[in-house]
Design a protein around this ligand. Structure first.
Ligand code: INS
Ligand code: FE2
Ligand code: FE2
Length: 310
């Protein structure tokens, strides 16, 4: 099903929202008695009408840079590595910077895993945010677009390369699903020889909730933790950040057996966000200086303390 057309069980036959479904600003309208057809982050996006979506994420035709990236990532993302990196982070000295400074710092990184853009990160972030804004989506979602890849700063904070920063994510500690891109490239990952990690549920149990699954370490998980602790963004925004690279789940339908009720709701949000991340890569180049005042104000709205610990 295309993003934005997910069936919402809380919408009745006339398309009116029946009950509160999230703690986002959408519910303010519902509570004020102003019934509306859909949550304002979850209606169709401008990209739904465009036909050239098949040009994106063509990994079979991708260059060696992308293939080599995934071979390395799929070999090195093990349970042991994931435990180690999460533990190390607790003892790391954190740099302090505003969101905008972080965007500028990140600008020197060109993502090796991405077959669809060679633009700088600040341009990608502004393209995503602008596409969300132009579609009339809520302010918190525009900000989510603006910051969603800032976790790539991890590259400057003790990463071992790009393989533990960028690229799609997948769970470790259970069998690698065939719906992950280049599924054959896990052949040298030691976890495939582990008698527990290499089973369907591995160290997890069905319905345990994605919160309890260890996703391969990278920019999503890193930024999620920062934004959760240091912003007032709603749960949907946190999910959009945390799971935006989890394509095997939000696009391919894998790992659904681990979901709980909360994850069902979050999946809708992540899917609503995805087109703005992926398809805005073909939009025109944003005018950085011209857009800056608008976004500085938006950042202040949800990051009250301004200076962020990275
Ligand atoms: O190459 C891209 C890029 O690294 C994105 O930031 C990430 O979110 C995607 O999942 C990945 O495929
Ligand atoms: Fe990303
Ligand atoms: Fe992105």
């Amino acid at each position: 099903m295309a993003p934005g057309v997910l069936v919402d069980e809380t919408i009745d036959r006339d398309g009116l929202q029946l009950e509160e479904t999230s703690d986002s600003i959408d519910n303010v309208n519902v509570l004020n008695g102003q019934l509306k057809k859909q949550q304002d982050w979850d209606s169709t996006s401008k990209f739904d009408a465009e036909k050239d979506k098949t040009q994106f994420r063509q990994y079979e035709d991708a260059c060696d840079r992308v293939r080599n990236f995934y071979k390395e990532q799929h070999t090195k993302q093990t349970v042991a590595y994931n435990l180690k990196v999460r533990n190390n982070l607790k003892f790391q000295k954190r740099e302090e910077m505003t969101i905008w400074e972080a965007m500028e710092k990140l600008n020197t990184l060109i993502d090796e895993s991405d077959p669809d853009t060679s633009l700088s990160q600040i341009q990608h972030l502004l393209q995503s945010a602008e596409a969300i804004r132009k579609d009339g989506k809520p302010r918190w979602m525009q900000l989510t677009g603006l910051i969603h890849d800032l976790g790539k700063l991890l590259f400057f904070y003790g990463s071992e390369g790009q393989w533990d920063v960028v690229g799609d994510t997948f769970p470790v500690g259970c069998a690698f699903d065939e719906r992950i891109i280049y599924p054959g490239s896990f052949s040298d990952n030691p976890d495939i020889k582990d008698p527990i990690y290499n089973t369907k549920y591995g160290i997890y149990s069905p319905g345990c909730g994605l919160d309890n699954i260890m996703l391969s370490w990278g920019h999503d998980e890193y930024l999620y933790n920062i934004v959760k602790d240091q912003s007032t963004l709603p749960a949907e925004a946190l999910a959009m950040i945390r799971y935006h690279s989890f394509y095997p789940w939000h696009r391919e339908g894998a790992y659904r057996e681990f979901m709980n009720e909360h994850d069902e709701k979050m999946l809708e949000a992540v899917r609503a966000f995805n087109p703005y991340d992926l398809y805005s890569k073909s939009d025109g180049l944003p005018e950085i200086e011209q857009l800056k005042p608008y976004y500085l104000e938006l950042i202040d709205e949800y990051f009250p303390q301004k200076v962020i610990r990275w």
